[in-house]
Design a protein around this ligand. Sequence first.
Ligand SMILES: [Zn+2]
Length: 477
Amino acid sequence: MRLRAFLAVLALAVPCVLAEGLPDLGEASQAGFSPLQERRLGESIMREVRADRSFFDDAEATDYINNLGNRLASRSPDSRQDFDFFLIQDGQINAFALPGGFVGVNTGLILAAQSESEVASVLAHEIAHVTQRHIARMIAQQKQSQLVSLASLAAAILLSRVSSQAAEAAAAFGQASVVQGQLNFTRDNEREADRVGLQILDQAGFDPRAMATFFERLQRATRLYETGAPSYLRTHPLTFERIADIQGRTQNLHYRQVPDSLEFQLIRAKLKARFDPPREAVAFFEAGLAERKFLSEAASHYGLATSLMRVRDYARARKELEALRKRAPASPIVETLACELAYNAGDQGAALACYREALKTYPGYRALIYDYANALLQARQPEAALRFIEGRLQSVTDDYRLYLLQARSYAALNKRLGQHRAQAEAYARMGNITAAVEQLQIGLKSGDGDFYQLSSAEARLRELRRLDEELRKEQRK
Ligand SMILES: [Zn+2]
């Protein structure tokens, strides 16, 4: 994590929400740290997370983890809490909750899990930390016990949760490292998150026994690690008592065989196919199919087709895709791969036709939308790309990736004002107001745009400047 940049951003963005002293007791919600303030702190951390190389912004995988997470969260005791689930490209087994309902999941966790219920059990546990307000209480206590700025707290939380090399990174920044050691959950927190997490898991229709199974596997794996425990165990200390406790709670529940969803199998295969070295991935899926050793045959064909695409063996990739279609029900994940295959094989016309056809069936599927717009831009059809994106923006107004694609379309059309205006809207939705203001200023100086576009951009600039000022003022207080 680039901590220095992170603190610079924080200095602009984080109001001094904890200026007044907090009453004791763990009542963070009623005391000085409201859910709204917690959300703002979480958003400021997310700005840094999104800028990090390890942030894995794959639309399909992110949509999958959000669908799974929100299905669980809707069964939690506090279903009003907003949740945002996101992925970190990291082989270590880890998942973590940030303030405000942001929950990160390492790709390594999904790959290590042997069933969807296992992934769900870790998510349910993290969701419980959020709804039980463990993080808010932890922050409130830190503010009471020592003079720590919110910025260094945020940095410490980020380091202790996200980074695999948290220890070294924290050592480079004194104050954060002081706080960081005290930001772990207590044993009581863990027990409560297990208890509530199990209820959520059961209510959402997953196998509650998967929690103990997964934690046991983690613990066994720990003994094999020479360099120390997986990150997850650093922030969620795991003991034999805890596992026994979880097992005791699940004893009275009905046994339930829960089949994995097709999405889980396909996304898991996708991560393997994308992150392993390409030849190794091909060999892995080939061997699995040859020996019939797999969790899902359809997913193995999907994984093999994806890996073959990476090594540019398009003819064999197409055959695997056909094998996949015979074994899997209709799915936007399969159609997205089919179109991507045509696109990567260099058949532009076929790729564009494929996207148009797939979008008829799955008009709201983000991966298809982004890939189609990108294919249009690559095919030098910026007008068509712009029409398509602006059609989407009629109904979806909070997606920064649509604005980034809009900016690229305007750039290709040499429309400077439109380009910088769209770039500004993208930054604003990523929470970077200062950068948004800069983009509008550049756009207005470009000498481009008609009267209507110019006055609209000027009005937006005034609005964003006011917001930028407010945030700076709050910081100075
Ligand atoms: Zn925990």
